[in-house]
Design a protein around this ligand. Structure first.
Ligand code: SAH
Length: 260
């Protein structure tokens, strides 16, 4: 195993740090990731990494954008992996920065395999995944005693097209799932869930640009989902089974925070 413990100084020559850049708000970065940003020579980052996060990099760091959102076209995974290996072999301190958590729909394994094959040491720094930021925006919990003792994290899309899932489990009352890359798959998801007996009124919250200044929440149901997604152009997580907490209660909670 070539992975070093977290306390290891990640940014050393020839070492690669694979880190989670969180959902966008730089306040949601871990201290370790901020340190890695400040010390890296080369930063290879996803398109979804926000400008505010990249602004924390050292002024002389080389920043390279590696690809597009989700599984869209961009630099191929093989080319990204090769680039990481090349920079590490040059003795640079490399930071591979992925949005959210690198271990959630981040193709982390493919890069780790390339590093292992090249005998390059690495550290993984976790980040806050989009589902966590999205559910916080709703004022809800991803799990709840008596409602759901399990949480599913799914992708609407995989390399072969619309992704297949355990629809019967997802259609059960009280099921909660965080659906990434689900915009284009919305009608497919809707059809599969209804076919497996989900209630048409099952809440689905759409959280676009979670944690960012342009965050938007749209409360939908299984029936209204495709229409509710019209006009959503940014990255969005669909939270199946969760409705936003009543706005009035959210405001009250915010007020309490201010007056405390
Ligand atoms: N590793 C990332 C996910 C990458 S896949 C993570 O842990 O969050 C890209 C998908 O993540 C997007 O299509 C969208 O579904 C979701 N996503 C990423 N950032 C988001 C944000 N700020 N708000 C809402 N969804 C986001």
């Amino acid at each position: 195993m070539t992975q070093k413990p977290l306390s290891y100084d990640a940014c050393t020559p020839g070492h690669v740090t694979l880190a989670g850049g969180g959902p966008g708000d730089p306040d949601l970065l871990t201290v370790a990731v901020v340190r890695a940003l400040q010390n890296a020579d080369v930063i290879l980052h996803d398109r979804l990494i926000s400008a505010e996060v990249l602004a924390l990099a050292a002024p002389d760091a080389q920043c390279i954008e590696t690809g597009k959102e989700g599984f869209g076209p961009g630099m191929t995974q093989a080319a990204i992996s090769a680039l990481i290996v090349t920079y590490a072999r040059q003795g640079r301190a490399v930071l591979r920065l992925k949005s959210g958590d690198p271990a959630v729909f981040g193709r982390l394994d493919e890069e780790l395999e390339a590093l292992e094959a090249a005998g390059i040491s690495f550290t993984i720094l976790p980040g806050i995944t989009a589902a966590s930021a999205a559910v916080a925006a709703l004022g809800q919990s991803l799990t709840q005693r008596g409602r759901n003792g399990e949480l599913r994290i799914l992708t609407g899309h995989d390399v072969t097209g619309y992704a297949d899932h355990d629809w019967r489990a997802l259609a059960r009352p009280g099921a909660v799932a965080a659906i990434y890359m689900g915009k284009r798959a919305a009608r497919f998801l809707q059809g599969r869930l209804l076919m497996h007996g989900a209630a048409p009124g099952t809440p689905i919250s759409i959280v676009e640009n979670a944690s960012r200044a342009d965050q938007r929440i749209v409360a939908a149901t299984l029936i209204t989902l495709p229409g509710a997604l019209e006009g959503i152009t940014g990255p969005a997580v669909l939270l199946l089974g969760l409705a936003p907490r009543a706005a009035a209660r959210m405001r009250l909670a915010a007020l309490k925070e201010v007056t405390q």
